[in-house]
Write a protein that binds this ligand. Structure first.
Ligand SMILES: CC(C)(COP(=O)(O)OP(=O)(O)OC[C@H]1O[C@@H](n2cnc3c(N)ncnc32)[C@H](O)[C@@H]1OP(=O)(O)O)[C@@H](O)C(=O)NCCC(=O)NCCS
Length: 169
Protein backbone atom coordinates (compact mmCIF):
# COMPACT_ATOMS: atom_id res chain seq x y z
CA UNK A 1 0.00 0.00 0.00
CA UNK A 2 1.31 3.45 -0.90
CA UNK A 3 -0.07 7.01 -0.62
CA UNK A 4 -3.24 8.43 0.93
CA UNK A 5 -6.39 6.52 1.99
CA UNK A 6 -9.62 7.49 0.20
CA UNK A 7 -11.92 9.84 2.11
CA UNK A 8 -15.38 11.22 1.36
CA UNK A 9 -15.12 14.28 -0.92
CA UNK A 10 -17.99 16.79 -1.24
CA UNK A 11 -18.67 19.12 -4.17
CA UNK A 12 -21.57 21.46 -4.86
CA UNK A 13 -23.74 18.78 -6.53
CA UNK A 14 -21.89 15.54 -5.80
CA UNK A 15 -20.43 13.37 -3.07
CA UNK A 16 -17.50 11.06 -3.82
CA UNK A 17 -17.86 8.04 -1.51
CA UNK A 18 -14.96 5.61 -1.00
CA UNK A 19 -15.91 2.41 -2.85
CA UNK A 20 -17.25 -0.59 -0.90
CA UNK A 21 -18.31 -4.02 -2.18
CA UNK A 22 -21.94 -3.18 -1.35
CA UNK A 23 -21.89 -0.46 -4.05
CA UNK A 24 -21.91 -3.22 -6.71
CA UNK A 25 -25.69 -3.68 -6.69
CA UNK A 26 -26.56 -0.08 -7.58
CA UNK A 27 -23.53 0.39 -9.85
CA UNK A 28 -24.60 -2.62 -11.96
CA UNK A 29 -27.56 -0.45 -13.08
CA UNK A 30 -25.60 2.79 -13.42
CA UNK A 31 -22.86 1.20 -15.57
CA UNK A 32 -25.14 -1.22 -17.42
CA UNK A 33 -25.29 0.45 -20.85
CA UNK A 34 -23.01 -1.25 -23.47
CA UNK A 35 -22.40 2.21 -25.04
CA UNK A 36 -20.26 3.05 -22.02
CA UNK A 37 -17.62 0.62 -23.27
CA UNK A 38 -17.02 2.29 -26.65
CA UNK A 39 -13.56 3.50 -25.56
CA UNK A 40 -12.94 1.27 -22.55
CA UNK A 41 -13.44 -2.08 -24.30
CA UNK A 42 -15.25 -5.03 -22.79
CA UNK A 43 -18.94 -5.11 -21.95
CA UNK A 44 -21.08 -4.33 -18.90
CA UNK A 45 -20.19 -6.55 -15.94
CA UNK A 46 -22.70 -8.92 -14.40
CA UNK A 47 -23.53 -8.33 -10.74
CA UNK A 48 -21.27 -11.23 -9.71
CA UNK A 49 -18.40 -9.85 -11.83
CA UNK A 50 -18.86 -6.35 -10.42
CA UNK A 51 -18.90 -7.65 -6.83
CA UNK A 52 -15.72 -9.64 -7.49
CA UNK A 53 -14.06 -6.60 -9.11
CA UNK A 54 -15.01 -4.33 -6.19
CA UNK A 55 -13.71 -6.95 -3.73
CA UNK A 56 -10.33 -6.88 -5.51
CA UNK A 57 -10.29 -3.07 -5.64
CA UNK A 58 -11.22 -2.68 -1.96
CA UNK A 59 -8.60 -5.28 -0.92
CA UNK A 60 -5.99 -3.22 -2.80
CA UNK A 61 -2.64 -4.31 -4.16
CA UNK A 62 -0.40 -6.87 -2.45
CA UNK A 63 1.41 -5.21 0.51
CA UNK A 64 4.82 -5.31 -1.15
CA UNK A 65 3.57 -3.26 -4.13
CA UNK A 66 4.46 0.44 -3.93
CA UNK A 67 0.98 1.36 -5.16
CA UNK A 68 -2.30 2.70 -3.74
CA UNK A 69 -5.70 2.00 -5.31
CA UNK A 70 -8.26 4.69 -4.58
CA UNK A 71 -11.82 4.30 -5.86
CA UNK A 72 -14.95 6.34 -5.31
CA UNK A 73 -18.62 6.13 -6.26
CA UNK A 74 -19.93 9.50 -7.45
CA UNK A 75 -23.35 10.25 -5.96
CA UNK A 76 -25.69 13.15 -6.71
CA UNK A 77 -26.52 15.10 -3.53
CA UNK A 78 -30.10 16.12 -4.36
CA UNK A 79 -31.61 12.65 -4.89
CA UNK A 80 -28.69 10.41 -3.69
CA UNK A 81 -28.60 8.73 -7.13
CA UNK A 82 -25.21 7.12 -7.92
CA UNK A 83 -24.03 8.44 -11.31
CA UNK A 84 -20.53 7.01 -11.84
CA UNK A 85 -17.07 6.31 -10.45
CA UNK A 86 -13.67 7.96 -10.30
CA UNK A 87 -10.37 6.28 -9.50
CA UNK A 88 -6.71 7.04 -8.86
CA UNK A 89 -3.75 4.68 -8.77
CA UNK A 90 -0.97 6.31 -6.76
CA UNK A 91 2.68 5.32 -7.25
CA UNK A 92 6.03 6.85 -6.24
CA UNK A 93 7.64 9.23 -8.75
CA UNK A 94 10.92 11.12 -9.04
CA UNK A 95 9.17 14.44 -8.26
CA UNK A 96 6.82 12.93 -5.62
CA UNK A 97 3.79 10.62 -5.74
CA UNK A 98 2.02 10.32 -9.13
CA UNK A 99 -1.62 9.37 -9.71
CA UNK A 100 -3.09 7.71 -12.77
CA UNK A 101 -6.71 8.90 -12.85
CA UNK A 102 -9.89 7.78 -14.66
CA UNK A 103 -13.61 8.60 -14.63
CA UNK A 104 -16.85 6.95 -15.74
CA UNK A 105 -20.32 8.50 -15.73
CA UNK A 106 -23.37 6.31 -16.53
CA UNK A 107 -24.96 7.02 -19.91
CA UNK A 108 -28.25 8.43 -18.49
CA UNK A 109 -26.27 10.96 -16.43
CA UNK A 110 -23.76 12.20 -19.01
CA UNK A 111 -23.54 15.69 -20.48
CA UNK A 112 -24.35 17.56 -17.24
CA UNK A 113 -20.81 18.36 -16.14
CA UNK A 114 -20.69 15.60 -13.51
CA UNK A 115 -17.39 14.15 -14.78
CA UNK A 116 -15.73 17.57 -14.79
CA UNK A 117 -17.04 18.32 -11.28
CA UNK A 118 -16.02 14.94 -9.84
CA UNK A 119 -12.61 14.90 -11.57
CA UNK A 120 -11.81 18.43 -10.37
CA UNK A 121 -12.64 17.42 -6.80
CA UNK A 122 -10.52 14.27 -7.18
CA UNK A 123 -7.56 16.23 -8.57
CA UNK A 124 -7.82 18.82 -5.78
CA UNK A 125 -7.98 16.12 -3.12
CA UNK A 126 -4.97 14.30 -4.58
CA UNK A 127 -2.90 17.49 -4.68
CA UNK A 128 -3.96 18.27 -1.07
CA UNK A 129 -2.62 14.80 -0.21
CA UNK A 130 0.85 15.46 -1.68
CA UNK A 131 0.30 13.91 -5.11
CA UNK A 132 2.68 15.83 -7.37
CA UNK A 133 1.54 14.77 -10.85
CA UNK A 134 -1.54 13.36 -12.59
CA UNK A 135 -1.67 11.07 -15.63
CA UNK A 136 -4.64 9.92 -17.73
CA UNK A 137 -4.64 7.64 -20.78
CA UNK A 138 -7.34 8.75 -23.23
CA UNK A 139 -8.35 7.36 -26.62
CA UNK A 140 -7.87 10.10 -29.27
CA UNK A 141 -11.56 9.87 -30.29
CA UNK A 142 -12.83 10.16 -26.71
CA UNK A 143 -13.59 13.89 -26.86
CA UNK A 144 -15.68 13.93 -23.70
CA UNK A 145 -12.87 12.40 -21.64
CA UNK A 146 -10.35 14.80 -23.22
CA UNK A 147 -12.67 17.64 -22.13
CA UNK A 148 -12.59 16.33 -18.55
CA UNK A 149 -8.79 16.03 -18.60
CA UNK A 150 -8.41 19.57 -19.95
CA UNK A 151 -10.84 20.84 -17.31
CA UNK A 152 -8.55 19.57 -14.52
CA UNK A 153 -5.43 21.04 -16.11
CA UNK A 154 -3.99 18.02 -17.92
CA UNK A 155 -2.35 18.35 -21.35
CA UNK A 156 -1.91 15.73 -24.08
CA UNK A 157 1.68 14.55 -24.55
CA UNK A 158 3.24 12.88 -27.60
CA UNK A 159 3.37 9.60 -25.67
CA UNK A 160 0.99 6.69 -26.23
CA UNK A 161 -0.07 3.85 -23.93
CA UNK A 162 -1.31 1.32 -26.46
CA UNK A 163 -3.77 3.26 -28.64
CA UNK A 164 -4.39 5.90 -25.95
CA UNK A 165 -2.72 9.31 -25.66
CA UNK A 166 -0.97 9.96 -22.35
CA UNK A 167 -2.20 13.21 -20.74
CA UNK A 168 -0.22 14.78 -17.87
CA UNK A 169 -0.54 17.66 -15.48
C1 LIG B 1 -15.93 10.63 -20.35
C2 LIG B 1 -17.17 10.76 -19.47
C3 LIG B 1 -16.79 10.36 -18.04
C4 LIG B 1 -17.69 12.20 -19.49
O1 LIG B 1 -18.77 12.29 -18.55
P1 LIG B 1 -19.80 13.52 -18.56
O2 LIG B 1 -20.34 13.67 -17.17
O3 LIG B 1 -20.76 13.38 -19.65
O4 LIG B 1 -18.80 14.74 -18.87
P2 LIG B 1 -19.08 16.29 -18.63
O5 LIG B 1 -20.55 16.56 -18.77
O6 LIG B 1 -18.39 16.69 -17.36
O7 LIG B 1 -18.35 16.92 -19.89
C5 LIG B 1 -16.97 16.75 -20.09
C6 LIG B 1 -16.49 17.54 -21.26
O8 LIG B 1 -16.72 16.81 -22.46
C7 LIG B 1 -17.61 17.52 -23.31
N1 LIG B 1 -18.48 16.50 -23.85
C8 LIG B 1 -19.44 15.81 -23.19
N2 LIG B 1 -19.98 14.89 -24.02
C9 LIG B 1 -19.32 15.01 -25.20
C10 LIG B 1 -19.40 14.34 -26.44
N3 LIG B 1 -20.27 13.34 -26.64
N4 LIG B 1 -18.57 14.74 -27.45
C11 LIG B 1 -17.70 15.74 -27.26
N5 LIG B 1 -17.56 16.40 -26.09
C12 LIG B 1 -18.38 16.04 -25.09
C13 LIG B 1 -18.27 18.52 -22.43
O9 LIG B 1 -18.69 19.64 -23.17
C14 LIG B 1 -17.16 18.86 -21.49
O10 LIG B 1 -16.17 19.67 -22.09
P3 LIG B 1 -16.03 21.20 -21.75
O11 LIG B 1 -15.71 21.29 -20.28
O12 LIG B 1 -14.91 21.63 -22.63
O13 LIG B 1 -17.36 21.78 -22.07
C15 LIG B 1 -18.31 9.82 -19.97
O14 LIG B 1 -18.57 10.12 -21.33
C16 LIG B 1 -17.97 8.34 -19.85
O15 LIG B 1 -18.13 7.77 -18.78
N6 LIG B 1 -17.52 7.73 -20.92
C17 LIG B 1 -17.21 6.30 -20.91
C18 LIG B 1 -16.05 5.97 -20.00
C19 LIG B 1 -14.79 6.66 -20.42
O16 LIG B 1 -14.51 6.77 -21.61
N7 LIG B 1 -14.02 7.11 -19.41
C20 LIG B 1 -12.78 7.77 -19.66
C21 LIG B 1 -11.63 6.88 -19.30
S1 LIG B 1 -10.20 7.92 -18.97
Amino acid sequence: MFGPIAETIETERLTLEPLTVSHADEMREVLGDPELHAFMGGEPATLAELRARYQRLVAGPAPFHQEGWLNWVVRRNDDIQAVGTVQATVTPGAQGPQASVAWVIGVPFQGRGYACEAAAALAGWLRDHSVAGLVANIHPDNLASAGVARHIGLHPTDQYAGDEVVWRG
